[in-house]
Design a protein around this ligand. Sequence first.
Ligand code: GLN
Length: 192
Amino acid sequence: MKIGVLALQGDFAEHIVMLRRLGVETCEVRLPAHLSGLDGLIMPGGESTTIGKLAVAFGLMDPLREFGKNHAVWGTCAGAIFLSKDARREQPLLGMMDITVVRNAFGAQVDSFEADLDIEALKQATNTSNPYHAVFIRAPIIDSVSGAARVLSALPDGRIVAAQEGRLLATSFHPELTSDSRFHEYFVSLCR
Ligand code: GLN
């Protein structure tokens, strides 16, 4: 099992630490050639406009779309925005998932917060019952999920913060910034 982490910008190093903790081989992805031989790919949080512009500059847009047709791909925060088909402004998007997002939907950096989430799919996959503690940093919300995409988790007020479409996963929050590895375990199961 080898999982790549898109390493153009953002907190890719934290994802790599988490994957290693789970005994998964990892690789930093900066060029199309780095995708070969991978079983899955994580796209980290950071700044989605920057990640998108760098992906265009390095010729990664179509190779990433091709990769996602038959591999698991997970975007956290900025990575989830990059996976979406619409972020309501001009920026390079992969458009791989049937979700639309609103960037910075909770406000500025100072409005970042943490919340406990009930994520049924995660509990089932990892055979646990405790809630998932999620970290939101200038996070987007997923404001619509259509086609084959489904909601994985929402806040108590109904705002969607995690979605899945086949082996594609999008989370508004940052599982790589906690010590709870269940989300990464879940993703590893999608890569098999
Ligand atoms: N606010 C960033 C964006 O819109 C995402 C922040 C994050 O990844 N933590 O791209």
